[in-house]
Design a protein. Structure first.
Length: 199
């Protein structure tokens, strides 16, 4: 009889009341900080490389003309800008028989190459021309697929380079901020591998 009473008392001492659903989860460390669910991270889509896109298909940092052949029908500008000081834009092209232009510009109000303040115009004849707005500053040899062109501003002087070699210094003075400005002439012409760098 004594043994039976002892077992009943032992069982009663080991009994724990179940938690009420309203009590919430049991905190294993009631004296520590209150555990709260971590905030769920929100994926923010990257900003587009190109803006003001008209008559063209942007793919990453490249651009292809999908409009009819002609100026002021296809182009875009870069979202990134050179705010002040020194910097450059750089680009290549995927073909050498279609016309296009790219360079530095203070603003972008049209798709025409004459809207580009400091432009490299790659012609369908493979000739390389430099334009300052609508004014031709001369022809500077030819180009092939893969040539890397750069329009650079250093201490308010704009220079033009092909594959790292400078071939022209502009007499014009830039107005900041400067963005990359593209104008495409022939259908399927491209401006590729564009970079905008603030130094």
């Amino acid at each position: 009889m004594r043994v039976a009473v002892f077992l009943v008392l032992a069982s009663a001492c080991q009994y724990e009341a179940p938690a009420s659903p309203d009590d919430g989860p049991i905190d294993p460390d009631p004296d520590g900080p209150i555990d709260t669910p971590s905030d769920t991270p929100i994926d923010t889509p990257p900003l587009p490389f190109w803006v003001n896109v008209v008559g063209a298909t942007p793919t990453d940092n490249s651009l292809m003309d999908i409009a009819a052949t002609g100026w002021n029908k296809s182009g875009a500008s870069t979202r990134e800008q050179i705010a002040s000081g020194n910097g450059y834009v750089e680009f290549t092209t995927a073909e050498q028989n279609l016309g296009k232009a790219f360079g530095l510009s203070n603003g972008d109000v049209s798709r025409d190459f004459s809207d580009i303040d400091f432009a490299i115009h790659l012609r369908a004849t493979r000739e390389v021309f430099v334009f300052q707005n609508s004014t031709s500053l001369g022809a500077f040899g030819t180009y092939v697929i893969g040539d890397v062109f750069r329009v650079e501003v250093t201490n308010n002087v704009v220079t033009y380079k092909k594959n790292g070699a400078q071939f022209f210094v502009s007499p014009g003075t830039p107005v900041f901020p400067l963005l990359g400005d593209a104008a495409l002439f022939h259908t399927n012409s491209t401006i590729t591998n564009v970079s905008v760098v603030q130094l």
